[in-house]
Write a protein that binds this ligand. Structure first.
Ligand code: HDD
Length: 720
């Protein structure tokens, strides 16, 4: 790190080892090794086991300040959870600019090629409470805090490029509708209930976002395997004060991958921390997740020509209209030291922008500019939350704001106002420069001087009234399997709705998206297709783009092969060890994480007399937690596994969730036992080999696992 700015100017590779720790955090990272236990006043504690009492069997004494301090602090350990996005996980890392982007923006992270900016990134679900499951069907938050040398910039986005509503006025209604119903507090972390579907079926503007949330985007495989989007149109402003519009896109190097619904439901029971664990373990093992930042840059004139309004957050800009230009990459390379101090206390804010970035007039964004600071005052207990180390910028902070709860700074001198002469006029404002003239970097933030001259009104522009074209664009851009998953998700969610009129209203809205989709969902609910919901616009503008392949998850398979993929290898006494070890080495070499899974954990004796240790058991780690499976050779082991109560379900879940299975030698008997004796020839995800060929089959197995899933296999095991 350079002394003056706290940001490193070296290449990203240099940071992989040292990581881009924020200077303010270094000050507070404490280590208790070799330290005595003390009170908060620094008094050493002699006995941390017993209350002070009048006699061994006597009453406890009020003067026991050691006990009282400990209990009092404990009583106040919890802070309010985030009103939305309460459940999440985060990591440190850095952003590296590919090139100077000064033509379009003076924003510090894009100032020069190779520039490194530290970041802290938090991923989250939206609806669930702090302790809720990770794999709920929901949008995911994707919030990045850039600690730039010109102040903190927060890009607070989601894994979906559009939003449910167009105007912040409706945000509390949306959130009240999706949260647990107020009379009985159910359901937790789920949109499949009356109030959510009541609301959205009455708000046709939510239809496009519903398509995304009901798609496999709503159940990602990993936080590391999601795209991220800034959602709103923002402005970039260069040092001449010239502005273009832009949308922000994060593209994961790991590819975009999702769970299937049955898997998501089962995982939520077996490992509610599935995504948290995945992110943590990948970073701990040195597999640092990486995203490329891309920008859609466009002018006001271009925007005027679109059939939709770029200020409407329920619309995206198809890449066919404005391509995504890669501008840099983000690498997350360090887990937080302390979940509460960092992940819980981090305060993102849509209003945190820096010179070179500005807002558009998106009315949803306007509400966000207010909401985030406001909510932190309750959540973090006052106006000084910017001083909490994870929130404090590396850029120097100087102003005349004073006091308030939990103030940390200790401003010296008697002046806390401006103008002043007693402090030489400091801290001084840096002055603004007029648009069209060069702005030196020392100049402060200048809002883009967009001209406005209209009546004050409550209302929406005409293009905001069209709600279905892009929902249709999304649906028509999906593969057949993705379409089937969308229909199944609507069917599931609406089947949980108790009021038939809500189901019918939602279906009548879906008719406007796609007859095919509406028919499929209606059939699944045992209903007729209802009349079409009337549209607000009789003659919407014809869209230029009607299919956009980039909207399918399959468009981004990733560049990481099987790195970090979790592969289960079943073991028991008598297992053919040599074949498993050679396969193990090939898989580890390819970056996979291999787990030997037994009927119990601990050592087993292989056919050669050598031992093999199971680090997981079928009981503590069911099959659906893994990405692929190896069934071992060794007749004694196969017989024992066949007799275990967990084995059939273990194999069936992997098969049902379209994952790759390799059976070595006698291991194929286990497939038969699980009802998978007959496999379609088209299914490239079930491989059979003799154990002597284990090393030879490894490349084919690796390719099959890298395909993530074999979605042609849409059903469970064929019934016997
Ligand atoms: Fe929001 C949190 C993303 C609309 C009000 N929001 C929050 C977080 C993310 C988003 C990722 C969690 C940040 C973290 O990890 O701490 N929100 C979005 C996106 C939106 C959006 C992508 C639409 C494009 N949000 C939105 C609106 C409002 C809010 C319209 C209010 C008018 N959001 C909040 C909040 C939260 C929040 C209440 C809760 C906790 C927090 O801010 O820090 O202020």
């Amino acid at each position: 790190m350079t002394e003056e700015t706290g940001t490193a100017k070296t290449g990203g590779a240099a940071l992989l080892g040292t990581n881009a720790t924020v200077a303010s955090l270094d000050r507070v990272r404490v280590d208790a090794s070799d330290q005595p236990l003390t009170t908060n006043q620094g008094v050493r504690i002699s006995d941390n086991q017993n209350t002070l009492k009048a006699g061994l069997r006597g009453p406890s004494l009020l003067e026991d300040f050691v006990l009282r301090e400990k209990i009092t602090h404990f009583d106040h350990e919890r802070i309010p959870e985030r009103v939305v996005h309460a459940r999440g996980s985060a990591a440190h890392g850095y952003f590296e600019a590919y090139d100077a982007l000064t033509k379009h923006t003076r924003a510090a992270p894009f100032a020069e090629k190779g520039k490194i900016t530290p970041v802290f990134t938090r991923f989250s679900t939206v609806a669930g409470e702090r302790g809720s499951k990770d794999t709920a069907r929901d949008a995911r938050g994707f919030a990045v805090k850039f600690y730039t040398d010109e102040g903190n910039w927060d890009l607070v986005g989601n894994n979906i490029p559009v939003f449910f509503i167009q105007d912040a006025m409706k945000f509390p209604d949306l959130v009240h509708a999706v949260k647990p119903e107020p009379h009985h507090g159910m359901p937790q972390a789920a949109s499949a209930h009356d109030t959510f579907w009541d609301f959205v079926s009455l708000m046709p503007e939510s239809t496009h976002m519903l398509m995304w949330v009901m798609s496999d985007r709503g159940i990602p495989r990993s936080y590391r395997m999601m795209q991220g989007f800034g959602v709103h149109t923002f402005r970039l402003v260069n040092d001449q004060g010239e502005s273009v519009f832009c949308k922000f896109h994060w593209k994961p190097l790991q590819g975009t991958h999702s769970l299937v619904w049955d898997e998501a439901v089962k995982i939520s029971g077996a490992d509610p921390d599935f995504h948290r664990r995945d992110l943590w373990e990948a970073i701990e093992s040195g597999e640092f997740p990486e995203w490329e930042l891309g920008l859609q840059i466009f002018t006001e004139e271009q925007a005027d020509g679109f059939s939709f309004d770029v200020l409407d957050s329920t619309k995206l800009i198809p890449e066919e209209l404005v391509p995504v230009t890669p501008v840099g990459r983000m690498v997350l390379n360090r887990n937080p030291d302390n979940f509460f101090a960092e992940t819980e206390q981090v305060a993102f804010c849509a209003a945190h922008i820096i010179p070179g970035i500005d807002f558009s007039n998106d009315p949803l964004l306007a509400g966000r500019i207010h909401s985030y600071v406001d909510t932190q005052i309750t959540r973090l207990g006052g106006p000084n939350f910017h001083e909490i180390p994870i929130n404090s910028p590396i850029a120097p902070v100087q102003n005349n704001q004073r006091d308030g709860l939990h103030r940390q700074a200790l401003p010296r001198g008697k002046v806390a106002y401006e103008p002043n002469s007693l402090a030489g006029g400091c801290p001084f404002q840096t002055g603004a420069t007029q648009a069209g003239t060069a702005q030196p970097r020392t100049n402060g933030f200048v809002s883009f001087p967009e001209a406005t001259a209209e009546d004050k009104v409550r209302g929406k522009p005409a293009k905001f009234a069209e709600h279905y074209t892009q929902a249709t664009l999304f649906f028509n851009s999906q593969s057949d399997v993705e379409k089937a998953h969308i229909a199944a998700a609507f069917r599931f969610e609406l089947s949980k709705v108790g009021v038939p009129a809500i189901r019918e209203r939602m279906l009548s809205s879906l008719v406007n998206v796609s007859q095919e989709l509406a028919a499929e969902v209606a059939a699944g609910l045992g209903m007729e297709i209802p009349d079409t919901m009337p549209k607000a616009t009789a003659n919407p503008q014809t869209p230029k783009v009607t299919v956009s392949p980039a909207l399918s998850l399959l468009a981004l398979p990733g560049e990481c092969g099987i790195r970090t993929r979790q592969i289960a290898v079943l073991v028991d006494n008598g297992v053919h060890i040599d074949s498993l070890l050679s396969l193990h080495d090939a898989l580890v070499e390819a970056g996979a994480v291999v787990h030997f899974v037994g009927p119990r954990v601990g050592m087993f004796v292989g056919d050669s007399g050598a031992g093999i240790e199971a680090n997981k058991s079928m009981e503590n780690s069911p099959g659906f937690l893994f990405d692929a499976l190896v069934l071992p050779d060794g007749s004694q082991a196969v017989k024992a596994l066949a007799g275990n109560e967990h084995t059939a379900a273990f194999i069936q879940d992997l098969f049902k969730h379209c994952k790759t299975i390799l059976a070595l030698g006698a291991g194929r008997e286990l497939l038969g036992m699980a009802g998978i004796g007959q496999v379609s020839e088209k299914d490239e995800g079930v491989l059979l080999a003799d154990s002597t060929d284990a090393a030879k089959v490894a490349p084919a197995f690796i390719d099959a696992v890298a395909a993530h899933r074999h979605l042609s296999r849409l059903t469970g095991p064929p019934t016997k």
